[in-house]
Design a protein around this ligand. Structure first.
Ligand SMILES: *Cc1c(COP(=O)(O)O)cnc(C)c1O
Length: 385
């Protein structure tokens, strides 16, 4: 063989006797076949088989299987972001003429998707109060094919009665999807409560370090899985194996991170409630909070995200207050090692009808810094000059 060819064709990796605790990053666009027949019949390898890099490599499969196992479910597909995962479910389930119900408290880009892209395809939607199952039931039409849930809701933290919603939906042959990003499979497993599609924004606790964007959809039936894979394939959605490897690294420490952040978040939010009574604390795991009874029934713990409602504060005064922060960073997303605060003006960014448009919501994500440093930062927000 010519040297030129030897440059292109590397030796086989000598794997005998080698074992590592980490999952290798298998990169590939092309998958090669032993012979022409195998190539002709590559589609017969099924949805988990390797036929083209778009459909994943062994690194992708390990991450998908690990998430499936955490959800006690059969199938998971990883996607380029949490929003992409939600979009994949919506586009997989709904056709022209169909109707979807989404909670007022939904992650705002989902409402945007329903109001624009889905709507342009002839898919209609209505928003329902996440805590009002009667309203939800009344909004169901003969065309409703999917009820979307998110518990707790983005920014406003409403807990939904998922088993009751599943009972209403399945009685009418409607699928239920649940955005489980806050809880992670460690604290709530919607599939065990009958939910058909579970989305995790891997970007948050699974990735865990504020440096990757990824999402997943977990389903428990083969027909739903096949339909989802078909939709994802047509859209050309795929995730790089390098990022899957980062998610696999993140998932190993997720239980410790989530448990710690949840405990600190509960102590901090309890202290805020006691010390600053004019601030409304939204955290379902605090006794007496809205949704606490349902949270106790269905969730096995709390993660590190909660919200504060500030009434009568102006964006200007809040800007001054947040400029005093030393540990918390200001920014969107959450679930990483760094604590974050996202200030939101309700009228601009929050769907819930329970707040005034000029209310300000601070969404707080507790990271892994010392609790005392975080508390001092919170005191800085509320200290009057
Ligand atoms: C962040 C988030 C998403 C979207 O995840 P991305 O990866 O940022 O697209 C979806 N749902 C919830 C509840 C989120 O917090």
């Amino acid at each position: 063989m010519h040297l030129i060819t030897r440059c292109v064709h590397h030796p086989e990796p000598p794997l005998a006797g080698f074992r590592s605790l980490s999952v290798p990053t298998y990169r590939a666009s092309t998958i090669v076949f032993d012979n022409a027949n195998d190539y002709y019949h590559r589609k017969e390898r099924g949805p988990d088989g390797y036929s083209y890099g778009m459909n994943g490599t062994p690194t992708t499969r390990v991450l998908e299987q690990q998430i499936s196992q955490l959800h006690s479910s059969a199938h998971t597909v990883v996607l380029p972001s949490g929003q992409a995962a939600i979009a994949a479910v919506i586009l997989s389930v709904l056709n022209t003429g169909d109707h979807i119900l989404i909670p007022d408290s939904v992650y705002p880009p989902v409402k945007n998707l329903c109001a624009h892209l889905a709507s342009s395809m002839g898919i209609t939607f209505d928003c329902y109060d996440p805590e009002d199952i009667d309203e939800l039931t009344q909004l169901i039409t003969d065309d409703t094919k999917l009820i979307w849930t998110e518990s707790p809701g983005s920014a406003t933290m409403e807990i939904q009665d998922i088993p009751a919603i599943v009972a209403v939906a399945h009685g009418r042959n409607i699928a239920v999807g649940c955005d489980n990003t806050w809880a992670t499979p460690l604290l709530f497993r919607p599939i065990e409560h009958g939910v058909d599609y579970v989305v995790e924004a891997i970007t948050k606790y699974i990735g865990g370090h504020s440096d990757i964007l990824m999402g997943s959809v977990t389903v428990n039936t083969q027909p739903r899985y096949l339909q989802l894979k078909k939709t994802v394939g047509m859209l050309g959605y795929c995730v790089s194996p390098d990022e899957c490897a980062l998610a696999l690294r993140g998932i190993e420490t997720m239980a410790l991170r989530v448990t710690h952040a949840g405990e600190v978040a509960n102590r901090l939010s309890g202290k805020i409630r006691q010390r600053y009574p004019s601030v409304t604390v939204l955290n379902p795991s605090l006794p007496g909070a809205a949704g606490h009874t349902l949270w106790r029934r269905d969730f096995s713990g709390s993660s590190g995200v909660f919200s504060l409602v500030l009434r009568g504060s102006t964006p200007e005064s809040l800007n001054d207050a947040l400029s005093r922060l030393r540990v918390f960073a200001i920014g969107a997303s959450w679930g990483g090692t760094h604590s974050l605060i996202a200030p939101m003006i309700v009228g601009n960014e929050v769907g819930s009808k329970n707040y005034r448009p000029d209310d300000i919501i601070l969404r707080i994500s507790v990271g892994l810094e010392a609790e005392e440093d975080l508390w001092q930062d919170i005191e800085r927000i509320f200290s009057v000059d």
